[in-house]
Design a binder for this molecule. Structure first.
Ligand code: ZN
Length: 304
């Protein structure tokens, strides 16, 4: 199952359609991996195989429906409130067996990002939920909670960001931008990434589509390094000292000639970059010494 998902994930960085997820063949038999409503235990298995969270329509919504506890660990709710419902018993079996599961997170209608392996760490019956470890290491965390709970929490939050939030952010941003670079239009999904407008260490740097831009690897790195900036009106500016240098084709066409061009943004208004976040990020670009000096002399792009 993991090999099947590895192959699909590589071909579909903007999320895997459920029809493909369910095209799995095991021992000569078609084997579904994802079903309505959320928890899936095939008849011949003794424990649940997958859990699922559906897609939230607005790209501004948090892209994950999980609840994160004060310990930084993810929770997955029971089906209903009956602890003995067959689906909840299937999850309990997975917990008792230490069996790995796949967590499917909706990134569009019937399209999922697959997070695996995940493990159930414990059950919180009073809250009708299971605690989910997002990778093998997280299964070790309970032992760490005693002596150093703050460190364990920090580690758990970092893992959640890395293993859950980043892949979902990437899939949703790529999907919103049709897997093309917003600066140059490059349409090679393997070379297109999701950039944060405000970095994830910023208080408003959440992994949501309006804080994202689909950029090719070169433009992502150039944007992160403030070699180029994006004005709130979506016009791209290149750092003046870069504009005045000479270089090869990537330098000329890839960087210098993006100066003064307009960012290509999604048709769906709610998926477009948030102007307030863009402005804050653009001010950071403008604060660089090489930009302030040159702009005082030349004025910004478009005014020349
Ligand atoms: Zn590009």
């Amino acid at each position: 199952m993991f090999t099947h998902l590895d192959r699909l994930a590589a071909a579909h960085p903007d999320g895997i359609p459920s029809s493909l997820i369910n095209s799995f063949i095991y021992a000569g038999q078609p084997q579904r991996l994802i079903v309505q409503p959320g928890i899936w235990k095939p008849k011949h298995l003794s424990a649940a195989l997958s859990i699922r969270t559906t897609f939230a329509r607005s790209p501004a919504d948090r892209p994950y429906q999980d609840e994160v506890g004060a310990d930084g660990l993810m929770r997955y709710k029971y089906r209903g409130t009956d602890p003995n419902h067959a689906d909840n018993r299937a999850l309990r079996s997975a917990l008792q067996q230490g069996a790995p599961l796949v967590y499917f997170v909706g990134v569009a209608k019937s399209v999922y990002q697959a997070i695996y392996p995940v493990f159930l760490l414990t059950e919180e019956a009073a809250e009708h939920q299971f605690v989910v470890g997002i990778d093998e290491q997280q299964a070790l965390l309970p032992a760490l909670r005693g002596p150093e709970p703050a460190a364990a929490r920090k580690y758990a939050q970092r893992l959640l960001k890395l293993r859950l939030h980043q892949p979902i952010f990437r899939a949703r941003v790529l999907r919103a931008y049709g897997s093309s670079c917003a600066m140059c239009g490059l349409h090679l999904p393997q070379l297109v990434e999701a950039a944060h407008i405000l970095s994830d260490s910023h208080p408003r740097g959440e992994p949501v589509v309006p804080n994202g831009l689909a950029l090719c690897k070169i433009h992502h790195a150039a944007f992160d390094a403030n070699i180029l900036g994006v004005r709130p009106d979506l016009i791209i500016e290149v750092r003046p000292d870069i504009l005045s240098q000479t270089g090869g084709p990537m330098f000329k066409y890839g960087l210098q000639e993006t100066h003064g061009t307009r960012l290509q943004v999604p048709h769906q208004v709610s998926a477009r970059p948030d102007p307030a976040r863009l402005e804050e990020r653009y001010l950071e670009f403008r604060r660089q010494p090489s930009v302030t000096t040159a702009v005082a002399r030349w004025g910004p792009a478009g005014s020349r």
